[in-house]
Design a protein around this ligand. Sequence first.
Ligand code: NAD
Length: 281
Amino acid sequence: MSLFPLKAQGRSKIRVGILGCGAIGSRIAKSIKTQCSDHAVVSALFDINPAKAQKLQKHIPQKNVVKRSYQELLVSSDLVVEAVNAPDTHQLVRQALLAKKDVLVMSVGKFIEGASILKLAQKQGVRVLIPSGAIAGVDAIKAASLQRIDQITLTTRKPVYGFADNAYVQERRINLSQIKKETILFDGNVREAVKCFPQNINVAATIALASNAKDKLRIRIATSPEFKVNSHEIEVVGEFGRMVTKTENVVCPDNPKTSYLAVLSAIRTLKEYFQGVKIGT
Ligand SMILES: NC(=O)c1ccc[n+]([C@@H]2O[C@H](COP(=O)([O-])OP(=O)(O)OC[C@H]3O[C@@H](n4cnc5c(N)ncnc54)[C@H](O)[C@@H]3O)[C@@H](O)[C@H]2O)c1
């Protein structure tokens, strides 16, 4: 399928609908204006909280792009950027695919069992874009997955305060103030990890989808008073050899729960989609 679906239809710019006008949706909408205006326009904004869409409208050159419903957004868009924190994200993405819209998915954790959504996209002849997010090495994981993968270990390290409200830590009565050096809080498979540490779910799901080897994925969560930022270290061992990557992430200025690199990777994914140039696997 062409990377320029709209140009093929004779329209000059790709119309982007932003579903969810929070930290990520807003950043992406603004970047389309500043970085992608040769190829794309923001044509629709929808948020369950209309005030958020109205606030974002002020930063968008196109007028009256706030939509009253998701259906209206779908009609006005060629590509949907999903950036919601909603319980029914799966359904929202399905609706876009059924309407034959390409979709950039941010809430990738909702698609950890991704096969059905990817099959639907194929059936509809549309594309699902999943940015690499807050991690490095997704390109190599995808290449490696063409042959045997023996093990993938994701070690997420976060500052102690990052676990203050974590139910798993509270239930196990882990006294965070007693921790003096690097301590593993969790070591287990991906299913347990996403239940106990839902904040980690986007990273885990991205690796699971890229590797197609969810059962080989081991998740370790660690903390220490010495950790000042969130980091993700990935080790992959397989027929290709061994790979280790590590990112040390600063948070997005608009949302301390989001890594800045995750937002940047989404913008870069869109740029490559608009330009029809893809670097990496
Ligand atoms: N893939 C990654 O690496 C990665 C990294 C960080 C965050 N995320 C995910 O991206 C999503 C957005 O993150 P964020 O930081 O922008 O969150 P946010 O809380 O800042 O914004 C989410 C927005 O979605 C809106 N919303 C909720 N339900 C909606 C619905 N049904 N319809 C329309 N709008 C709705 C909210 O009102 C809010 O404005 C989250 O699911 C988050 O987990 C992914």
